[in-house]
Write a protein that binds this ligand. Structure first.
Ligand code: ATP
Ligand code: MG
Length: 565
């Protein structure tokens, strides 16, 4: 590509509303342009990168035996009613009406459409297993679209859906997709982890997220220093402490804490460590309020809490009025000692081994010190309730946990029969009997990968593309071409030669001064830069520099071509 004929619009100014590096750099390089909240145009430069990601994904999916299809993005309401998701999907579902007043949605995902396709197309077990995939634009009306294409409303996804006669066969394909995802992210040059993920309301047997490690990631992941255990923090089990609970040594005593409500305030005021306090949170249960107790230095894990039998599938904080009505106390002073009997007290494993602890006094402006379980405070049940923290034992018993941040770029899921059952997708087995199909689904955030790669690969000068994602591999930068015919000719010759060898090459023939020209090439992250100058030609060399390095190397033509091949 000759840059003079391309459309490159880089800017120096750092966009004010872009909070993370990838968003800033995608705007500064002109890769994307915002049309509306969470809705972006991909410029020619951006599209080159997006297409590279897309083609690696497509290539590996094909190699893995999946078959490409293309489903409509507009989907009829009736299908979503069959699975109950027209309501359940909530505000993320963009609903639209046609001129006849019929309701549709813009597809946020395609389980319904593919299951409809499968129930019509697949009649016999002999057609199974099969894995259909597509690469397509999705729309989700995210509450908080942010970080550019990282969490957009309109985005590009690869979604795949496999169909099987048996759960064993599904497990085999799940493994195949898991391995395929590993190959895709490795090929793209990303540092990632496959982590165990929560299966949420859908249930099912297994689910893994593929997380690109980056400090700006929205997800927290826990991984072991002593094994390959890795899980989303939502999912990671906090093991029970091996110690027994000590016998009570202190008498319970009510102390005045007039304005101290938070654990930090209370522990500082009373001179005890947060880990010697019990934090009590009241949530809405299926039948009145439920108390959740964790150690003062721990946090309630809402995903774990939501699965408690006493809760309606979500952990929603009780409001102040309900707390006041049930306990006569305002939030901030609630504790397990002396709570009304109607409120179940679910205690985290680590909190359950405390003795002589500090907790809320169930009376405004007071706390207890010297409180003890059983003697002073009921335990309805001990459960794993908290978020794991750095240094916890790994759930597999090998090593300790570290917490890192990640960007979810892929998700694989064994759905089982959930959708096939709801939509009556069956095939005949070898005995001629109708069987509900087993299903797996496998998503990749194609557009999110572009942003995630930048988060992981940038410096002060701009993007440092992993080679497989770079818009071009080589940039040729002629210096003083307008005044020097030899520079012009040599740059042109090199450009032709690299092109003939199938190397994607960009010739910067815009006639810029070296400073701005180099700055642009660094900003857009081209992995290899070759400078053609009068001085170099006089010495029979080109000036070569790899993106991210600070030294130039003078190479003759042969050595240069060898390097770039
Ligand atoms: P998240 O937890 O980030 O909202 P999700 O669990 O809703 O993701 P899936 O339904 O599993 O995502 O979708 C498959 C993939 O699509 C995700 O792994 C992610 O890479 C990508 N994706 C999901 N939502 C968005 C979005 N709003 N913008 C860009 N990519 C997205
Ligand atoms: Mg989501």
């Amino acid at each position: 590509m000759r840059l003079s004929r391309f459309h490159l619009t880089t800017v120096k100014e750092v966009p004010a509303d872009a909070e993370i590096a990838s968003h800033r750099l995608m705007l500064r390089t002109g890769m994307i342009r915002k049309l509306a909240a969470g809705i972006y145009t991909w410029s020619p430069l951006g599209l080159r990168v997006l297409s590279k990601v897309e083609s690696v994904v497509r290539d590996e999916m094909n190699r893995a035996g999946a078959i490409e299809v293309l489903m409509p993005s507009i989907q009829p309401k009736e299908l979503w009613e069959e699975t109950g998701r027209w309501e359940k999907f909530g505000g993320q579902l963009l609903k639209i009406k046609d001129r006849k007043d019929a309701s549709y949605c813009y597809g946020p995902t395609h389980e319904e459409v593919i299951t409809d396709y499968a129930r019509n197309e697949l009649k016999s077990y002999k057609q199974l297993p099969v894995n259909f995939y597509q690469i397509q634009t999705k729309f989700r009306d995210e509450i908080r679209p942010r970080f550019g294409v990282m969490r957009a409303r309109e985005f590009l996804m690869k979604d795949a859906y496999s169909f099987h006669l048996t759960a064993d066969c599904l497990a085999t394909e799940y493994r195949n997709m898991y391995d395929t995802y590993g190959r895709i992210f490795t090929r793209l040059g990303l540092t990632f982890r496959a982590v165990q993920a929560d299966t949420g309301a859908i249930g099912g047997n297994a689910s893994h997220e593929f997380q690109v490690l980056a400090d700006s990631g929205e997800d927290a992941i826990a991984f072991s220093t002593g094994s390959d255990y890795a899980a989303n923090v939502e999912m990671a089990e906090a093991l029970a402490p091996t110690m027994e609970r000590p016998a009570p040594a202190q008498a319970i005593e009510r102390v005045a804490t007039p304005t101290q409500k938070t654990i930090d305030e209370v522990s500082a005021f009373l001179g005890v460590k947060p880990e010697q306090c019990v934090k009590t949170i009241l949530v809405r249960g299926t039948d009145g309020l439920v108390a959740l107790c964790v150690r003062g230095d721990h946090e309630v894990n809402e995903v774990k809490a939501a699965k408690l039998a006493e809760l309606p599938g979500e952990a929603a904080l009780a409001d102040e009025a309900a707390i006041l009505a049930a306990t006569g106390t305002r939030p901030g002073f609630i504790g397990p000692a002396g709570l009304p009997d109607s409120i179940p007290v679910i205690v985290d494993r680590s909190a359950a081994v405390l003795a002589d602890f500090v907790c809320g006094g169930n009376q405004d402006g007071t706390h207890y010190r010297g409180a003890n379980w059983e003697r002073d405070a009921r335990i309805t049940r001990v459960a794993d309730l908290r978020k794991v923290v750095d240094g916890d034992l790994s759930p597999d018993g090998l090593g300790t946990l570290k917490i890192a941040r990640g960007i979810e770029v892929g998700h694989v899921f064994q759905l089982g029969s959930r959708y096939a059952e709801a939509m009556g997708a069956t095939v005949l087995d070898d005995a001629g009997k109708a069987q509900v199909m087993q299903m797996g689904c496998y998503g990749i955030g194609v557009s999110r990968i572009v942003a995630a790669a930048i988060e992981q690969n940038h410096d002060d000068n701009g993007i440092v593309w992993p080679e497989p994602m770079a818009p071009w591999r080589v940039a040729i930068c002629p210096i003083g071409a307008a005044q020097n015919a030899q520079v012009r000719e040599e740059a042109e010759r090199l450009y032709q030669e690299l092109g003939e060898r199938g190397i994607e090459v960009l010739l910067d023939d815009r006639g810029l001064r070296p400073g701005p020209m180099f700055a642009d090439m660094e900003l857009i992250g081209i992995p290899h830069r070759v400078v053609v100058s009068e001085r170099g030609l006089a010495a029979g060399t080109f000036e070569y520099r790899r993106r991210g390095e600070t030294e130039n190397q003078a190479l003759d033509r042969e050595e240069l071509l060898r390097r770039l091949a």
